[in-house]
Each structure stands twice: as C-alpha cells, then as structure tokens.
Write a protein that binds this ligand. Structure first.
Ligand code: EPZ
Length: 427
C-alpha cells in the first residue's frame, strides 16, 4: 500500500497548473448515458474516481477511451442497467446513474452506496426525486430497483436542504421526462452549473427561474456533446493552502478565481494577499482572469469558519484550512455543517503536534509554533491532502500511509508539489 515520505520545511516557488474538476466531471461522464453516440470531454485529469466511473460505464456497455487529457465516451451499445455493489462500493457517485438509466431505459438497479469516513451519506433525497418523477422504487438485498414503465413524467421536487448529488441526479432524470419539472432549493456549486451547461449543449431545456430554482421542459431525445471541463476549485484551494502553510509565494494557473471567493476571503483574514491576473494573450477587452499569485501571511491570524453550500466556505477545503490554522497565532473555530463527522484528520494532525479539540461538529484549534514530523494515516480524500500540507510545514520527516485515498481526487499531487520545491517521495 503506497505511502508518502515528506521532508518538511522546504519553501515552494514557481507556477503550477490546476487540473479539471473531479466533481464536475463525474456527473458529466454519467450524463453521456442520456444519449446514444460519442461524447468528448477535454481537460480531464487522470484520477482513480474517474477511472472507476469509466469502469462502471464500460460495465453498462459503453466504450470509454482516454488519451492525454481527453476522454471519449461512446454509449451506442449501452444495454445493461445494473450498477453492481463491487463498483458502487468503490465510487459512491455511481448513484448518479439512477437518473439517466431511468430516463433513457425506464429501469435501473443500483447498489445502495454505503457510508464513508466523512459520514453515513444517505441517498434518500435521490430516491425522493425519482419518485416525484414517477419512478417506482424498491430497496432489497442492498440494491435500489427503480422502474417507470410509462417513462418519467415532469413533477415538482423541493429539496429540504442543499444536496449536490441529488440535484445532479434529479436534473439528469428531468431532462427526458415528459412535461415540465420544477426543482426547488437546488445546489449552486460550479459542478452543477457545468452539468447544466453540458445538458443544454445536449439539447436539454433548462432555465434558472431564480437563485435556487430550476425549470426543466422535458425533450424526446438528447445528442452527444464535446465540452471542456471546468478547473478544480478544491485542488486550486489545496495548492494555495500548501503555499500559505509553508509561507511560500506561488502562482496557480488554469484556475477560475470566481469559484474560490469564500476561501480567498478567509485566507485574507488570516493575513494572505493575492494577485489575480490573466495569462490570456491578445487584446481581449475583458481578459478572463485565470491565475492567482499568493503572498502568504508572515504571521497567521486565527480565523473562524462555518462550512456551507456554495458560494459559502466549501466543506471539501475544511480539513486543509484546519491544518493551516494549527499554525495561527491564537484560537480558531471551524464549524462543519455539511458532514458533522468530517474530522477524521484531527487526531492525525494532533500526532503532528497540533492542539485541536472537536465537540458537536465544531473544531477548536489552539495555534502552535509548528508541526513535528511523524507517521500518520490518511482516512479519506481531503484528509490525506491535509496531512500532505502539514507534512510540508513539519520539522523533520512525515510518513503518510494509505495514500490511495489521495489518488482518487488529486492528479500527481507529489509531482506538482515537488516541481514547486517540495520533497515528497512515494514508496
Ligand atoms: C458532493 O457529495 C461531493 N462529491 C462531495 O465531495 C462534497 O463534499 C459534497 O457534495 C458537498 O459539497 C461529489 O460531487 C462526487 P451532498 P454529495 O448531497 O453529493 C446529505 C470530495 O471530497 N444528504 O451535497 O454526496 C448528506 O449526508 C467529496 O470530493 C442526505 O441526507 O453531497 C450531507 O450531509 C466528499 N440525503 C448533505 O446532504 C441525500 O439523499 C450534503 O450532501 C443526499 C445528501
């Protein structure tokens, strides 16, 4: 099982490119099931979560080929409507196939995803949405069986709270449902906006009728698409925090600064400063900003954070920011409202010399002068990135085991960081 050995306290410098967004690509890969033909996705990183999703699509009969950062998905031969436990267990987001399979084939059988290190992760709102669109749902022997012999029909779905996955699933079902659908209280994440852009590219009729609601008019069929994937705001934020925690100045490129507002505001409160610019040449009037240079805080101010759905502070950057606040001059508080148990990284950070207590979904962080290298264990995707950040800042050597978690969502992270001056060995 792979580990990282990190020699800490190297300064980082230079420029690093942000890859395509895992959580935007996952639903778009599965949206290809809504049509019969060959769709092309570009700016696609090499990530295990995406490989597992490609494996699931192949299991359903699709052809998936990747070359460099391009992925081609041909769904002409899709003939299978079961997502088995051994695949769903590897990739919880496999539940996204429920909507497209029901919409296209009127039948789907998906293994009920289990929990994971950050919480129980129920899918009741995915199922509620499908029932509102006319599907009959049964759960037995660990599988969700869903059918709608007469096809899905439009309905009104109101989510009791923001859910990214159920919003995506519901959208992918509604676009082919007969009639009109109103989806209220939808997630606003950039991943959802990019899915909407993709579905419209395929011929779907979707409009935002106010900030949080979507109106969908069902169509008879959709066509294949070619689309560039948006940059990964969570990877971008993780790289900025790697610079901040090592008190380094770096530039990240191919990013979307607008997706990072909540993080940048909190990092500025901690004492960091940013230069936002465009690498685009030519006399483009409104040059699109796509790079950020960070000037790190010399002495880190304590900061209080509450994680919220987009555009609030993202839960997927909570662990990484928590590691940064371990070195602040004073006491910080982080309230995790999306996944209250998402603090598996705390005990590992305390092994590295941090002083953190967790109570009722709130972490209280007393700043310390520094981390001291030790052996620690990764527990989930973002927690493993957090341990890398702490290792970069730690005095001495840090060994992180079970780093297969990190390969799920970060493309060659040790190469990217070593190119900036870090000293990370994979063994
Ligand atoms: C997506 O998970 C992301 N995953 C997560 O990123 C991210 O942390 C999360 O959204 C929140 O932003 C992907 O996009 C593949 P939710 P998702 O539905 O869709 C509860 C990462 O690190 N809920 O927005 O599963 C749920 O338990 C991953 O890349 C229900 O109760 O999250 C949570 O408390 C980790 N019933 C809250 O809603 C449901 O049917 C928000 O979850 C669905 C969700």
């Amino acid at each position: 099982m792979d580990s990282f050995i990190i020699k800490g306290q190297n300064k980082l410098q230079g420029t690093v490119k942000v890859s395509g967004a895992k959580n935007a690509i996952l639903p778009i890969m599965i949206a290809s099931l809504l049509t019969s033909g060959k769709s092309i996705l570009t700016n696609v990183p090499s990530l295990n979560d995406l490989k597992n999703t490609a494996h699931l699509l192949r299991f359903l009969g699709a052809k998936v080929e990747t070359e460099l950062d391009q992925m081609a998905i041909d769904t002409v031969a899709v003939h299978h409507y079961v997502a088995p436990y051994e695949l769903v267990n590897k990739m919880r987001a496999s539940i996204y196939v429920l909507g497209p399979l029901l919409a296209r084939f009127k039948y789907a059988e998906v293994a009920l995803p289990g929990g994971c290190a950050i919480g129980t992760r129920p899918v009741d709102l995915h199922l509620m949405a499908m029932e509102k669109l006319g599907a009959k749902i049964k759960i037995e022997h660990g599988y969700i069986s869903a059918e709608c012999p007469d096809g899905l029909r439009g309905g009104i779905i109101e989510f009791p709270f923001i859910t990214v996955g159920a919003t995506a699933n519901c959208l992918m079902a509604a676009v082919l449902a007969k009639g009109e659908t109103l989806i209220k209280n939808t997630a606003q994440e950039p991943d959802i906006d990019s899915l909407i852009d993709c579905l419209i590219l395929m011929g779907a009729k979707i409009e935002k009728i106010n900030k949080n609601d979507l109106h969908v008019i069902g169509v008879d069929e959709l066509k294949p698409f070619t689309m560039e994937m948006i940059p990964d705001r969570i990877e971008a934020g993780t790289l900025l925090l790697a610079a901040a925690i090592t008190k380094s100045s770096i530039t990240i490129t191919n990013c979307e600064p607008n997706h990072l507002e909540a993080l940048l505001i909190k990092m500025e409160q901690a004492g960091c400063r940013f230069e936002i610019s465009s690498s685009l040449q030519g006399d483009i009037k409104q040059k699109k900003a796509n790079q950020i240079k960070i000037h790190p805080a010399v002495s880190i101010n304590p900061v209080d954070i509450v994680t919220e759905p987009y555009p609030g502070f993202p839960t997927d950057l909570q662990a990484q920011f928590l590691a940064y606040l371990c070195l602040a001059r004073g006491k910080s508080h982080i309230k995790e409202t999306i996944f209250p148990d998402r603090f598996m990284h705390v005990s590992e950070l305390n092994r590295l010399g941090a002083d953190i207590h967790v109570k009722d979904g709130m972490a209280i962080i007393n700043g310390v002068s520094g981390f001291s290298g030790a052996e620690v264990m990764a527990t989930d995707l973002r927690a493993s990135a957090t341990l890398v950040l702490a290792g970069l800042a730690a005095e001495g050597t840090t060994k992180i085991s079970r780093i297969y978690h990190i390969d799920r969502g970060y493309e060659k992270i040790e190469q990217k960081l070593n190119n900036l001056g870090a000293d990370i060995k994979r063994c």
